[in-house]
Design a protein around this ligand. Structure first.
Ligand code: UDP
Length: 484
């Protein structure tokens, strides 16, 4: 037998915690399958405002995953200037590219790197793969459906002449659920914008110049879309697409309030609590906070509302910073008397929650989610039905997939349907909560999500579809490591 060599993989992430978690969890899967032979270095661009609350996640990584945090990039002109999350992420990653390159080059002098995997928001890093003559891949931390949108973006741009949100019919992409123009990602919603230009450029990079795309989804979850995308891949139109998910957070996410909310959940009946979270940065307007609070109260269902933030009319305003109006206690923005009236019914927290543990808790009955892709997968992995309440980025596409497509979620109707982010009124909220937690419609949704939970767990088991895909990639990378 040949002597054991270490296979070194380099990852490049972007300054967004949910992206970092996803690519590092992928690395953990890889190591789980080949613990003794792989070593991973993850290069992470940072912003000065990077919150420290996540350090516990990085501190608990296995010893053979090493993170290099790059010096923070100049970000002030982008931050809070009305620039979208996608533009901020992509441009801040772009600005870190010379440090990424330096780090990779110096790494390659001391170790043989077998493959480079770069986050979808940092596709420029793939150039360095070519330069170093190593295999290079994109890690796509979103759905296959969104990847399909990316692959077709050029065609759509040529075929559709108006703004997508004004497009009269549904948009049909091979294998995907028909989607309305306004549910396409935010980057596509203003075709004269910088966001759209950068998006089209990014999508072009997805189509060539690398060895494949690892997507955080699984065959059984998006079967038709996956088949359609793979068929094209075989014909040579698209690069190979590898479904490696569901990759979800497994380490501690860092929370001081861990005990408080889990202890509170321990006291509740099974399947009785609605978990409410808008992710690591979603905010609501004052009007929407009022309607949601009153809706929760009127529903009489138990609830756990975490990450409550001071209001902001721009839903992604605090994505890169902590809490917008830092001096304001978010609890002040709840309706008068709400906390007192609901003290037996619910728990409101302003801080970060141990979401994966919460979703795995037996007392959780449903998840009112902003439909960030990680949250969607975590909900599915735990068999928790959703209320799909998207805010920004590609969350509306995810919401369409889980509601119209997979039928494991209900989606609110907005009071102001012509606006992309209208208001959901309290009566609608009550209807949704009852719809998903009780009643006949809810029964079907709950049954479906339990079915998907099984499929998700199967995909990640020893001989599951995603495990086999990761194992094949790992073997390929290992062989290369040896031949070098
Ligand atoms: N998360 C968490 N606690 C919180 C809020 C979020 O652990 O209080 C985790 C959540 O489990 C998920 C990630 O942060 O893994 C959020 O990623 P997602 O893609 O859902 O949304 P984003 O935060 O990027 O909008």
């Amino acid at each position: 037998s040949s002597p054991r060599t270490t296979t070194h993989i380099a990852l490049v992430s972007v300054p967004a915690f949910s992206h970092q978690v996803s690519i590092l969890e992928f690395a953990k899967r890889l190591l789980h399958l080949h613990a003794d032979t792989f070593h991973v270095t993850c290069i992470i661009p940072t912003l000065s405002s990077s919150p420290s609350k996540h350090s516990i996640f990085f501190d608990s990584l296995p010893h053979n995953i090493h993170c290099i945090f790059l010096p923070s990039v100049n970000f002030h002109d982008l931050n809070n200037n009305g620039v979208s999350v996608e533009v901020q992420t992509q441009l801040s990653a772009s600005r870190a590219m010379s440090s990424v390159r330096e780090t990779l080059v110096s790494l390659s002098k001391t170790t043989d790197i077998s493959a480079l995997v770069a986050d979808a928001m940092a596709p420029e890093a793939l150039e360095f793969g070519k330069e170093l003559h190593i295999l290079s891949y994109i890690y796509f931390p979103c759905s296959t459906m969104v990847l399909s949108v990316c692959f077709h973006s050029q065609n759509l741009d040529e075929e559709v002449s108006c703004e997508y949100k004004d497009h009269p019919g549904l948009i049909h992409l091979p294998g995907c659920i028909p989607i309305s123009g306004r549910d396409l990602p935010d980057s596509m919603q203003d075709r004269g914008s910088l966001a759209y230009k950068l998006f089209l450029q990014r999508c072009q990079r997805y189509l060539n110049g690398h060895d494949g795309i690892l997507v955080n989804s699984f065959m059984e979850f998006e079967e038709e879309a996956t088949k359609a995308i793979s068929q094209h891949g075989n014909g040579g139109d698209y690069p190979p697409v590898y479904s490696v998910g569901p990759i979800t957070q497994s380490g501690p996410s860092g929370s001081k309030s861990r005990c408080e909310c889990l202890l509170w959940l321990d006291k509740q009946e099974p399947n009785s609590v609605l978990y409410v979270s808008f992710g690591s940065g979603g905010t609501l307007s004052q009007e929407q906070i009022d309607e949601l609070a009153l809706g929760l109260e009127l529903s009489k269902q138990k609830f756990l509302w975490v990450n409550l933030r001071a209001p902001n009319d721009r839903a992604s305003a605090t994505y890169f910073s902590e809490g917008g109006l830092v001096d304001d206690d978010p609890l002040h923005f709840l309706p008068k008397g709400f906390l007192e009236r609901t003290k037996e019914q619910g728990l409101v927290m302003c801080g970060w929650a141990p979401q994966v543990e919460v979703l795995g808790h037996r007392s959780i009955g449903a998840f009112l989610s902003h439909c960030g892709w990680n949250s969607v997968l975590e909900s599915v992995v735990h068999g928790v039905p959703m209320i799909a309440w998207p805010l920004f980025a590609e969350q509306r596409s995810n919401a369409a997939l889980v509601s119209d497509g997979l039928k494991v979620a209900l989606r609110p109707k907005m009071k102001n349907p012509s606006g992309i982010n209208g208001v959901v009124v309290k009566e609608e909220i009550v209807k949704l909560i009852k719809g998903v937690m009780e009643g006949l419609e809810g029964e079907e949704i709950r049954r479906k999500v339990k079915e998907l939970k099984k499929l998700a767990n199967c995909a990640m088991m020893g001989d599951g579809s995603s495990t086999r895909t990761i194992a094949n990639l790992a073997n390929k990378w290992k062989r290369l490591g040896k031949s070098l």
